[in-house]
Write a protein that binds this ligand. Structure first.
Ligand SMILES: Nc1ncnc2c1ncn2[C@@H]1O[C@H](COP(=O)(O)OP(=O)(O)OP(=O)(O)O)[C@@H](O)[C@H]1O
Ligand SMILES: [Mg+2]
Length: 599
């Protein structure tokens, strides 16, 4: 799966540079903040110089007033450093939460615009974790490591120059560990990048598992599967823990090297320095200044380990973020498809009014390679105002065929026309405004009944339209809910029965008085009486709507003017119910309720 790819070779810097478009709007503040932090950090480096002046001047000369003056300087420098760091924090906090919000909004927009095929392929938990954990890592990176890698780098350089100027022999002793430290950092970076990626992918997998267990809680409880589910969770969580421990071990190693080697060097410089002061080659003040500079550099050096670690995690998060952002959204695919359609002849309204499938074949992009297309050469013409039932064994591709009409999936070859116009040449907005759908799985959102139904209409629809749609779908129960049609339903609201949900989904499909109506088994969960009532009302709607209705039961089929039988990836027969019952053995078998499953 694309979501658990391991990366070995990639440049963290190049990856992180992709954040620039989002950071650009706040660049002025960010640069100012970095500059302020550099100044603050270098202010800290003046302190040792004041110490040197105090030791060699007032202290050596036993001048109390001079010592007090020195102490005052030190106090002022300390306050200046603290205030500057405070200003930095204030400068970055707001713009960075703005960056995070913008990136999250962009991700959400992209997820909405990506084709269904993308969502079929990606686990929801992987998407969730990108929108939450990964973006948080990025904000933390921009707030902290990004600035401090720069600030600490500059501080270390300035500090080293100061130390070399104080005494170049001691300076070289301090510089000694630089080579092994840099080497460790390089090796560490590469390993840490891999483990960080694995950890973030595992968080995504864990999120998926938790999400599925929550959504599927009834199945889990009903089958007493909580133990095996808990085992699966423990296993994934254990794997994540192992990866996190590996991260911690890597961090511990580099931390050990980065902290120990400079510490040893400082010790060596101390011994050497004391000997040279004793020999009179060095003033005591210079040694004090030198050592306090070295000690002041300890935090900038020590911090490099985890700053690099955080940067690696941020690079991984960026990479995961852009894996989604780089996917082609539906509307960008539009142009190409439309061009192709036009070159094939395009619109000819007189030719074929109604809904027409012309030599349509389709295979799922993620079907196993080499497998035959699910639909091959489907030809079907639903005349204007006609309602056509679509019948076929389970798994024959009925749902797939209906999903092609609103372009939830793209035909592999052939074309579908509405009143002679290729749907590939229409904008999706126009197409979806003309075609309304009700799916097998009636999905309701956390909103009121009214809002859920009116989702199917263009903006202008009001109370009257809502009531009419509810009446057609026999969903008048909605008026009897605690707050009528304002009652909240869905995940964060009242639970409805399967049949109730199905009727609301049907109301949503008919509320906009669509030109074309595609219903995927819309009445399967209803009892015979309710089904009959819905049918009677639907018949009025269907009178002036061109409809394609997937049906399993004879009672639903009878609603339609004609029936098409889908078999072997083709439309095997078209006719009235009676005709097909007489003439087509497969149809007769499907409708009679004998051995239905042909697979
Ligand atoms: N997203 C997908 N990716 C790959 N294959 C799919 C996908 N969705 C469905 N299929 C496959 O396509 C075939 C047809 O599925 P489809 O849902 O269209 O059948 P159906 O006729 O609607 O069946 P039913 O009567 O049970 O609703 C099935 O074999 C299924 O495994
Ligand atoms: Mg189906």
């Amino acid at each position: 799966m694309a979501t658990t790819r391991e990366t070995t070779d990639r440049s963290a810097v190049r990856t992180l540079l992709r954040l620039w478009p989002y950071v650009r709007p706040v660049r002025a503040r960010l640069f100012t903040a970095a500059f302020v932090a550099v100044v603050a950090s270098c202010t800290g480096l003046v302190i040792p110089l004041v110490l040197k002046w105090m030791v060699d001047g007032p202290v050596a000369g036993r001048d109390p007033a001079g010592v007090w003056l020195g102490a005052l300087y030190l106090l002022l420098l300390g306050i200046a450093e603290a205030v500057l760091f405070g200003i930095r924090r204030w400068l970055v906090a707001r713009p960075l939460s703005h960056v995070e919000a913008e990136m999250r909004a962009a991700l959400y927009r992209r997820l909405q615009r990506l084709p269904v095929a993308f969502h079929d392929r990606w686990a929801s938990g992987q998407l969730l974790s990108r929108g939450t954990t990964d973006l948080m890592l990025l904000r933390m990176f921009l707030a902290f490591p990004l600035t401090f890698l720069l600030v600490n780098g500059v501080t270390i350089l300035v500090g080293l120059v100061i130390m070399l100027l104080q005494d170049w022999v001691l300076g070289l002793v301090i510089l000694g560990p630089a080579v092994p430290v840099v080497w460790t950092c390089v090796v560490f970076e590469r390993r840490y990048a891999q483990v960080a990626r694995r950890a973030q992918d595992q968080i995504g997998d864990l999120t998926t598992l938790v999400e599925e267990s929550v959504l599927g809680i009834r199945v889990i409880k009903g089958f007493g599967r909580h133990r095996s589910q808990a085992r699966a969770f423990r296993e994934l969580a254990g794997r994540l823990r192992g990866t996190e421990l590996r991260k911690a071990r890597l961090l511990a190693t580099i931390w050990g090297v980065i902290v120990t080697l400079p510490e040893v060097a400082i010790g060596a410089a101390l011994v050497l320095g004391v000997l040279r002061v004793a020999d009179g080659q060095l003033s005591a003040g210079t040694l004090v200044a030198f050592l306090s500079t070295a000690l002041a550099l300890r935090w900038p050096v020590d911090s490099i380990g985890f700053l690099l670690a955080m940067s690696q995690e941020a690079a991984t998060a960026t990479e995961r973020y852009f894996e989604v952002m780089d996917e082609e959204p539906e509307d960008r695919l539009d142009g190409a498809a439309a061009g192709g359609a036009r070159s094939r002849g395009g619109a000819d309204p007189a030719a074929a009014p109604g809904l027409r499938f012309e030599n349509v074949s389709f295979r799922y992009p993620d079907a196993p390679p080499g497998s035959p297309p699910l639909l091959t050469a489907v030809d079907l013409h639903v005349r204007p105002g006609e309602s056509m039932a679509l019948v076929g064994a389970t798994g024959s591709g009925k749902t797939t065929l209906t999903a092609l009409v609103p372009r939830l999936h793209e035909v592999t070859s052939g074309r579908i026309t509405l009143n002679g116009v290729d749907i590939a040449a229409m904008s999706r907005e126009e197409l979806r405004g003309r075609v309304a759908v009700a799916f097998e799985e009636p999905t309701l959102f956390s909103a009121s009944v009214g809002e859920n139904v009116l989702m199917g209409a263009r903006d202008a629809a009001g109370k009257a339209e809502l009531d009419r749609a509810l009446a057609i779908a026999q969903a008048d129960f909605a008026h009897a809910l605690p707050q009528g049609t304002d009652t909240r339903v869905g995940e964060q609201g009242l639970s409805l029965s399967g049949g109730q949900r199905q009727r609301l989904a049907l109301a949503r499909a008919v509320v906009g008085r669509p030109e074309f109506l595609v219903l995927d088994d819309p009445l399967s969960a209803l009892d015979v009486h309710t089904e009959a009532a819905v049918e009677a009302a639907l018949r009025q709607v269907l009178a002036d709507t061109t409809a394609l209705i997937v049906a399993h039961r004879p009672s639903t089929v009878l609603l339609a003017d004609r029936v098409a039988l889908l078999s072997g990836g083709r439309v095997a027969a078209v006719g009235t119910h009676q005709q097909l019952l007489r003439e087509n053995a497969e149809y007769a078998r499907l409708m009679s309720g004998e051995q239905e499953d042909s697979r």
